[in-house]
Design a protein around this ligand. Sequence first.
Ligand SMILES: Nc1nc2c(ncn2[C@@H]2O[C@H](COP(=O)(O)OP(=O)(O)OP(=O)(O)O)[C@@H](O)[C@H]2O)c(=O)[nH]1
Length: 311
Amino acid sequence: MHSKIEQLIAQIGTKPKLLIADDVPANIIMLGELFQDTCQVYMALDGEKAFEIAMDVLPDLILLDINMPKMDGHQLIKKLKNTPATSDIPTIFLTGNNDIESEENAFDEGAVDFITKPIHAKVTKARVFTHLVNKLQSDLLRRATLLDGLTGLYNRLGLNKYLEVFYLDCFREKRPISVLMIDVDFFKRYNDHFGHLQGDECLKQVAQSLNLSVKRPRDIVSRFGGEEFCCVLSNCDLFAAELVASRMCEEIRQLALPHPDSEAAEVVTISIGVASTIPESRQDADKLVGKADEMLYLAKKAGRNSFYSNR
Ligand SMILES: Nc1nc2c(ncn2[C@@H]2O[C@H](COP(=O)(O)OP(=O)(O)OP(=O)(O)O)[C@@H](O)[C@H]2O)c(=O)[nH]1
């Protein structure tokens, strides 16, 4: 099991994140030492703090004591399961309550395992690694389903998944989030002129350039469909998003891909709609995408090869 986890870590490039929540510092320290070589370990002494850390770091696995101050293990797992960003995180109860009723309750509440105290290092390690291997393997598979075959960018499914998570984060932190809807100008004419295969090649180059225009780990560029792309910039206000949009337009022009039938320029160009908000509800992400789409329409109407924003 140990070697399987190491193989997965090598494949993914980072150690999995493990959150340990227990109100007894000695337990946390002991568990931390047990997993520090294999995992990035996060620790919390009460349920509220554990939830806060879970939202911030999105751990790969949570080890949860039942009896904790502020929010106990039962309340915490309920909250984790009801929150989109954390609902899929496997959670193991680690508890001194070793009666069958507590164990049944834990599974009903969505726990993947139930380990009783006193902690037996070898058994705890084996069970934690089993669940971590499952989690990392399913993440790898899921990641493959979230990518677009032609461009290697996130596909629509990937966009929806990350937009939901980032939107929720920005709502919680009262930070701005911006969306850029991007469309290649007169692309039908490009295909008609050069053929579909060269059209595909053009989309690949545009995708790569757009992806290089965003710098931060939580920024994502996705293929929205056809010759449309969508970029999500977390913790980014309208002013900064306009700078990104302007840079993207310039970098696509710099690719200097000839487009003789375009009315916008002699080379391939893009139009971008920019929208930004500080989320007031958890569920308004679609509205932000809709707003960016409206701005894209206005950018097209204003002559293409530029961006338009919801100022
Ligand atoms: N080569 C290629 N073409 C695609 C792909 N997906 C969509 N398209 C083409 O993209 C073109 C989009 O055309 P329109 O929606 O009319 O837009 P447009 O020609 O870019 O015009 P404007 O957006 O108004 O500037 C269509 O001809 C589609 O066939 C793809 O994967 N590969």
